[in-house]
Design a protein around this ligand. Structure first.
Ligand code: DLZ
Length: 164
């Protein structure tokens, strides 16, 4: 979640490694589609800005954010990727569903990170309302998709560096 001090799209471009030889999977949720489409646009734009090629970015849709973890797992099982970006948006409703979904995703993505030797990025907005989600998907607080893409590039580069 962004704060008033941090814009999700602000970062030091000179500190971002070259992504031209990296392969990315993106799993994106159909729930809150307008928001997740904006997250996806931000992520793709940012990956390409740092050299990623279209042919090396594969996008798969899942029904809701709860399914992001399994969608991410499929990328490890069936593809050869350097990083997987998980994009979703969970907005607080009247019931405790929000808590269960958020907990499921954060545990799920943490498990993926620790049990597979590639980074899985938590590009999920968890907001109190629609306006907060709009503000963080290309609005006044930037775009969580940009932040997720930068994180994916940096973590994939870190892994390569340590592998050498
Ligand atoms: C069911 C549900 C609800 C109430 N809210 C959201 C949401 O705000 N964001 C989201 O990505 N998904 C939501 N879902 C769907 C769940 O993530 C999941 O797809 C279903 O519970 C089926 O497993």
């Amino acid at each position: 979640m962004s704060s008033t001090l941090k814009n999700l799209s602000s970062y030091d471009h000179s500190k971002v490694p070259d992504a031209s030889e990296m392969i990315f999977g993106i799993v994106v949720s159909e729930w809150n589609l307008e928001i997740t489409n904006s997250l996806l646009e931000g992520a793709i734009r940012t990956l390409k800005l740092h050299g990623a090629k279209d042919k090396n970015i594969e996008i798969k849709w899942v029904p809701g954010s709860f399914e992001l973890s399994l969608g991410g797992q499929f990328f490890v099982e069936y593809r050869d990727v350097d990083a997987v970006i998980c994009l979703g948006c969970v907005i607080q409703g009247e019931t405790r569903h929000f808590d269960f979904i958020c907990q499921g995703i954060s545990y799920g993505i943490t498990d993926l990170n620790l049990n597979n030797n590639i980074p899985f990025i938590f590009g999920v907005l968890t907001t109190d309302n629609q306006q907060q989600a709009i503000d963080r998907s290309g609005g006044k607080h930037g775009n969580k998709g940009d932040e997720a893409a930068i994180t994916a590039i940096k973590m994939a580069a870190l892994q390569r560096e340590m592998e050498e």
